[in-house]
Design a protein around this ligand. Structure first.
Ligand code: PLP
Length: 364
């Protein structure tokens, strides 16, 4: 990024040589991201500000470009708010939305998607990998179903980039976010299959082939392109290494902490994610206890209006509200190694014992 921030600072839409140098770098980045996503043409990549914008653009854009008089969208109950809240807004505008549920596996049954199809269905939006439990959805099968039904298929791949192969999802629209795979925050991309019509979210200039107006974020795109290249060269070894660390983390925690279990662990999952229920322990308390020991984990629950709301994903996979509040999501990445995993296991075991001593509750 540094040369683009400091030297080659041109506006990629300018025709002078500074602009053209920036444009060249932007187009290299577009090809790198296209390669990561298995896009046939680099022009199928639209640079945006992140996963949220890509999801909004895909769903609002596809529905907005449809000329049908009645419109129906299929999504799932475990999507990120960047998809769910767009769908809720569409409902308020008169678009029908079906939210397909998941069982305890955390994996969508393609037959449920098939059953949800209607003659006026214009779009299916189902994530590739879930951000809380890591479950991998059958995107290839959903893409085939969508194609044979003449319906567009969008997939939120924010949690899949760098963790799963992306070249063969079959999606017409596919979301990635730079900060999930090594680029800075504030850059993302939407893959838009050639000839798929999309109404832009914003009004402005003609950048990104009129799909996303605004001066291009060249440093962000360049960084995302480099991150994509890194994944293209290191994917197999890195995902195998991370999966081994994750499995070890999970195995050792479950062996050492009583009344703990891993959510959706029998399902296909991204290699980096483990979501563990520690019965009777407040997830937030565990997050703070581990933070004090230098480990950053997530409870998945969000604080809204002063109350800790249980995660919609964990309740969708069948956990009670109390159990959902007792879960911790561990995510591993490129920076982690086996020494950190060993130290984390020790910290989790000690914190769980301490928290249970502080506020004993009946478990089991
Ligand atoms: N979709 C999923 C599955 C996510 O996990 C996230 C962020 O964590 C987003 C969308 C939103 O991406 P961004 O933070 O880049 O807007």
């Amino acid at each position: 990024m540094l040369p683009v921030l400091t030297e080659s600072y041109g506006n990629a839409s300018s025709i002078h040589h500074f602009g053209q140098a920036a444009k060249q770098r932007l187009e290299i980045a577009r090809r790198q991201v296209a390669r990561l996503l298995g896009a046939r043409k680099a022009t199928e990549i639209v640079f945006v500000s992140g996963g949220t914008e890509a999801d909004n653009l895909a769903i609002t854009g596809a529905v907005g470009a449809s000329t049908r008089s009645t419109k129906h969208v299929i999504t799932s109950t475990i999507e990120h708010p960047a998809v769910l809240n767009v769908c809720r807004e569409l409902e308020a505008e008169g678009v029908a939305v079906t939210y397909v549920g998941v069982g305890g596996s955390g994996v969508i049954d393609v037959r449920d998607v098939r059953r949800a199809l209607r003659p006026d269905t214009v779009l299916i939006s189902i994530m590739h990998a879930n951000n809380e439990v890591g479950t991998v959805q059958p995107v290839r099968e959903i893409a085939e179903l969508a194609r044979e039904s003449g319906v567009l298929f969008h997939s939120d791949g924010v949690q899949a980039a760098g963790k799963l192969p992306l070249e063969d999802t079959g999606a017409d629209l596919y979301t990635v976010s730079g900060h999930k795979f090594g680029a800075p925050k504030g850059i993302g991309a939407l893959y838009v299959r050639d000839k798929v019509k999309l109404a832009p979210l914003m009004r402005g200039g003609k950048q990104e082939r009129e799909r996303r107006p605004g001066t291009e974020n060249v440093p962000g795109a360049v960084a995302m392109g480099r991150a994509a290249e890194w994944i293209n060269s290191n994917f197999a070894s890195e995902t195998a290494r991370i999966a081994e660390l994750r499995d070890r983390l999970e195995r050792e925690i479950l062996a050492s902490v009583p009344h703990a279990r891993a959510n959706c662990a029998a399902s296909p999952r991204t290699p980096n994610t483990s979501n563990i229920l520690f019965e009777g322990i407040e997830g937030e308390a565990m997050v703070i206890a581990l933070d004090l020991k230098g480990f950053a984990v997530s409870s998945g629950a969000a604080c809204s209006s002063g109350a800790v709301e249980p995660s919609h994903v964990l309740t969708a996979v069948g956990l009670s509200k109390d159990d959902a509040r007792s879960c911790i999501r561990f995510s591993l990445g490129r920076q982690n190694d086996e020494h950190q995993v060993a130290a984390l296991v020790e910290a989790v075991v000690a914190s769980a014992a301490h928290l249970r001593r502080l506020s004993p509750v009946a478990v089991g």
